[in-house]
Design a protein around this ligand. Structure first.
Ligand SMILES: O=C(O)CCC(=O)C(=O)O
Ligand SMILES: [Fe+2]
Length: 790
């Protein structure tokens, strides 16, 4: 698989099948009758045959192909040509029209479908330019905004060709909508009013050859949210349609110059489920690139989509509540830029519950209240309070309406919530327990304390073991469900006590193994008593943040490999009951080499024992904070921290020392913005206390040499004489100041030449310089500078 990003990998059950089944039955419909001059379109029966064909195709397949559709071949060939040419432009050209949160149209190459990245690049433009849409997805925000097309410079004729083609496609789309209206027994122009203003889009899809065609998809399975899609595909083939009858994926064989038409969600709602929007996806292959150009016909933003009144009656009541297309559309779009923790908005969120539920809910208005509450983010309140309030609001006559809500309403409610709330909300009702795990949640947070508070009553002592086991099971089962949903888990937080019960560690270990296996990036584990983490933690290759509290790291070998780690935190406490084991870990660590090449921030707090760490790898640390609260003789050598921006050494005891050794060829490369040295006594020297030749000895110091030294450092002029509290701060770039009395001198980073230091004066109301015995000086600002560590 080589270098391919995991983001492209589909879950096992969604991967393409090795055996391709050609879609034999998808109807091929000849539209020539609609454009033949002899056809008497005033004859109400002239189109009967065609209308019936269309109706059957929509009902049975939701997909069909049309030929003799009236779109001039030259126009199609032109647009296919410019589409190829536009993707052939250098990335920097394409980036000029890259879409973003403000400019939502243009070029894009990181689209995700159902949270898995598509193997494709796209270019979108709207048929109506500008397109008017709601400014925000929020229901109460009535503001509108305009989306403008972005056109590339090359190929120069692209815009004209696209605009011409769009007109042709609109004609064909309207023709099809008329036929669909007729097939539903409606006047042929029934739908046209919705498209006077429209939000239709044309997309260029380019699916480059893919090294893992059996694991990835060009477009993951999805239904089109629009009214109707008209797709031009080239001769490579890759579009697959899910057969309604048995769920089998069928390949739509390319048919030169035909268009593939599919019913979108809006027609499904308008027709009250008479026609259904069908799931489809696009496969990729390893040797041929593929191009396709869908035209997505979509109504005006102001359209309230709901079953057409002509198509509903008492026997066939409306199956959907109205929803505003503009809001729906921008909510969908939002997920392109912000990976949401929950499933994206879907039409089934507006589906009206089955009749018995409708009856139960009639008059109670519980649903309304409950959705209203959730819409207002009320759920973020503390869970216990919420639970009381919620029950008070929606329970009447002791009937627990919440527990009786149908799944899709619960889905709808939960879809408004960020992942962590989804989990929290689940304690509201028995039936909701575990329900949340059917949502992809990429930030998993498990807190034993919250779990405990969600229990109905306080636990008796004898039950503690049971509920702790339950909690471990919850963690385990939830992680398992997320893995099965193929969620890409970004962050895992666990806070718990009582880790040592024999039932618990295997579950927690396995949960950690699973999330590590899924490439988790951030792990926070907080135990109440010191407990072991499984060795699999060391194989977390994509881990960027690791924050541990009371965790024993039992190292599998002297080398720890976290190639992506940027932040590491492990506070260790003397009250640790399992200190021996812990020390054992750290003893190994003291001999270990840590390969954490991308570590940017390190914080640890060592209480009690001397040890030594050699950081021998090339690091690009930016922020280091080291707290030696009690240790004596702690000695560290930091090497090659060439990008170090902030170093904080908090070590109150005599004898601890930090050696800073920069082995880079040019020592001046170190560009520390902020060194804070706050211990009472220590030495901080360069290269094992040996100063470079050009550093003056104490007696020779004069003001003009302050800040001259090539890289960040603090020199104790005399090894026996440790220097009391010093504080060095830099104000912005190239500005530095020194405060608090001290002996010795402070050496600044490369650009902090004496003039820079003096340059800092304009930031200060006054600077006092003192000399004492020719050895000491101080600069005392009256302003307290703000120190910001990067
Ligand atoms: O390229 C294809 O065959 C399908 C594209 C598609 O379904 C889409 O862009 O929505
Ligand atoms: Fe599609």
């Amino acid at each position: 698989m080589g270098e391919v990003d995991r983001a492209f990998i589909q879950a096992q059950e969604h991967r393409p099948k090795p055996k391709i089944i050609e879609a034999e039955g998808i109807p091929l419909i000849d539209l020539s009758i609609t454009s033949t001059p002899n056809t008497n379109l005033n004859d109400p029966h002239a189109l009967d045959g065609l209308v019936e064909e269309i109706g059957n195709a929509c009902r049975n397949w939701g997909f069909f192909q049309v030929i003799n559709h009236g779109v001039p071949l030259a126009k199609r060939q032109n647009i296919e040509k410019v589409s190829r040419e536009s993707f052939g432009q250098p990335l920097e050209e394409k980036n000029k029209i890259r879409r973003n949160e403000e400019q939502v149209l243009g070029y894009y190459d990181t689209e995700h479908t159902k949270n898995v990245r598509d193997w494709k690049e796209v270019f979108d433009f709207n048929v109506q330019d500008p397109t008017i849409v709601p400014a925000s997805y929020k229901p109460d925000d009535k503001e509108l905004t305009k989306w403008f097309n972005q056109w590339p410079e090359n190929p120069p004729n692209l815009r004209d060709i696209c605009e011409e083609y769009a007109k042709e496609m609109e004609k064909l789309a309207f023709k099809l909508m008329e036929l669909i209206a007729l097939s539903l027994g409606l006047p042929k122009d029934r739908f046209l009013e919705f498209f006077k203003e429209q939000t239709s889009t044309i997309r260029f899809n380019h699916y480059p050859p893919c090294p893992i065609p059996d694991l990835a998809l060009g477009v993951g399975r999805h239904k089109d949210a629009v009214a109707l899609t008209l797709l031009a595909q080239d001769d490579v083939g890759g579009l697959e349609v899910k057969r309604k009858t048995d769920g089998e994926w069928l390949r739509v064989k390319p048919n030169p110059n035909a268009y593939i038409i599919n019913v979108g969600d809006i027609i499904q709602v308008w027709s009250n489920d008479t026609y259904e929007s069908v799931e489809h996806r696009a496969m990729v292959n390893s040797d041929r690139e593929r191009f396709s150009i869908p035209y997505f016909l979509a109504p005006a933003h102001s359209t309230d989509v709901q079953p057409l009144e002509e198509l509903i009656n008492e026997q066939n009541p409306a199956k959907y509540k109205p929803y505003n297309w503009g809001k729906f559309f921008v909510t969908r779009r939002r997920s392109n830029f912000q990976k949401l923790d929950v499933e994206n908005i879907q039409i089934y969120h507006f589906k009206i519950p089955e009749s018995e539920l409708a009856e139960k809910l009639a008059g109670a208005s519980s649903i309304g209240k409950c959705i209203l509450l959730v819409d207002h983010n009320w759920m973020t309140a503390e869970i216990v309070e919420s639970k009381k309030l919620f029950k008070k609001m929606v329970m009447t006559n002791e009937i627990d309406w919440i527990s009786q809500l149908p799944d899709h309403i619960i889905h709808h409610i939960l879809s408004f919530q960020p992942g962590k709330n989804v989990a929290r909300i689940s304690v509201l009702s028995k039936t909701w327990h575990g329900f949340w795990t059917s949502f992809p949640v990429s930030n998993l947070q498990f807190s034993e304390r919250l779990f405990e508070r969600g229990l109905k009553r306080p636990c008796a002592i004898g039950e503690i073991k049971d509920w702790k086991t339950k909690f471990a099971r919850l963690v385990h089962d939830s992680v398992l469900r997320q893995c099965r949903l193929n969620t890409s888990i970004e962050k895992f937080e666990l806070s718990m006590s009582y880790y040592l019960h024999p039932d618990i560690p295997p579950r927690i270990d396995h949960s950690l193994e699973m999330i590590i296996d899924r490439g988790v990036k951030e792990v926070h584990v907080k135990f109440k008593e010191n407990s072991d983490l499984p060795p699999s933690i060391f194989s977390a290759k994509r881990l960027t943040v690791l924050k541990l509290a009371r965790c024993n790291l039992i190292m599998p070998c002297p080398s720890v490999i976290w190639p992506s780690l940027r932040k590491f935190s492990l506070p260790i406490s003397i009250s640790n009951k399992r200190l021996e084991k812990l020390l054992f870990s750290w003893n190994i660590l003291s001999q270990a080499t840590i390969h954490a090449r991308r570590l940017k921030s390190l914080k640890y707090n060592f209480m009690g024992y001397p040890f030594r760490i050699w950081w021998t790898e090339q690091h690009d640390w930016k922020d280091i904070r080291i707290e030696h609260c009690k240790g004596n003789g702690v000695r560290e050598t930091l090497t090659c921290a060439a990008l170090l921006k902030s170093l904080q050494l908090l070590s109150p005891r005599v004898g601890n020392s930090i050696d800073y050794k920069c082995e880079s060829e040019d020592p001046c490369k170190t560009d520390a913005d902020c060194f804070i040295l706050c211990p009472s006594k220590y030495g901080f020297c360069n290269t094992d206390n040996e100063l470079p030749e050009n550093v003056p000895k104490t007696s020779e110091i004069d003001e003009s040499q302050v800040g001259y030294f090539g890289f960040g450092g603090f020199y104790a002029p005399n090894d026996d004489e440790h220097i009391p509290s010093q504080r060095v701060e830099r104000l912005g770039s190239n500005k530095a100041l020194l405060r608090k009395p001290g002996r010795g001198f402070v050496l600044f980073g490369p650009s902090s030449r004496p003039n820079d230091l003096l340059g800092a004066q304009d930031k200060l109301t006054s600077i006092q310089e003192q000399e004492s015995g020719g050895e000491m000086f101080e600069l005392v600002p009256e302003l307290t500078p703000v120190v910001t560590a990067t």
